[in-house]
Design a protein around this ligand. Structure first.
Ligand SMILES: [Zn+2]
Length: 165
């Protein structure tokens, strides 16, 4: 129903884009045995790691991906990405991947905890807090959770015996 992209924070978007570029790079090196051709390098950007800033070769589709993302960001009225915020050099990328995996694990653990509490609590204000938290953590179906909570509340009140007059 809602545009899920709106729940992505710029950091996530940046990561998605990076992943898309990395994936393409990986795929082009897979075909190495059959008919490998070097990706067209169209420029150099600085490594995204502010402490590194080494120049990184930019394949043509990296350029295209950045342009595509910036069109989306501008449409949403957000700051376009600078090209120095996008690529990692070969030294920094594995570090980033590791940190990112840890961050994702921590995030998933927090989502799990919030979902468990949401299942157990009947306090509407606590439910609202938990839903906000889940939204912030990037849970993909907060609307669905909201719906099932209100259904649960409705069926709970239907079960409650009515007082006869
Ligand atoms: Zn670097």
């Amino acid at each position: 129903m809602s545009d899920e992209d709106d729940t992505l924070d710029p950091e996530v978007e940046r990561d998605l884009m990076l992943r898309a570029v990395t994936e393409r790079e990986r795929r082009s090196s897979y075909s190495e045995t059959s008919r490998w051709r070097p990706p067209a390098i169209v420029g150099q950007w600085r490594c995204r790691n502010p402490k590194c800033q080494r120049m990184v070769d930019v394949p043509e589709d990296g350029m295209t991906a950045l342009a595509a993302w910036n069109v989306i960001l501008r449409k949403r009225g957000e700051e376009p990405l600078d090209h120095d915020q996008v690529m990692f050099c070969t030294t920094c990328r594995p570090l980033y991947v590791k940190v990112e995996a840890e961050r994702r694990r921590a995030r998933n653990a927090r989502i799990g905890t919030a979902l468990r509490e949401l299942r157990e609590t009947d306090d509407p204000s606590r439910q609202a807090e938990l839903l906000d938290e889940l939204e912030e953590l990037g849970h993909e179906d907060v609307d669905g959770l909201r719906r099932s909570l209100s259904e649960r509340a409705r069926s709970a009140s239907a079960r409650r015996p009515r007082r006869e007059l």
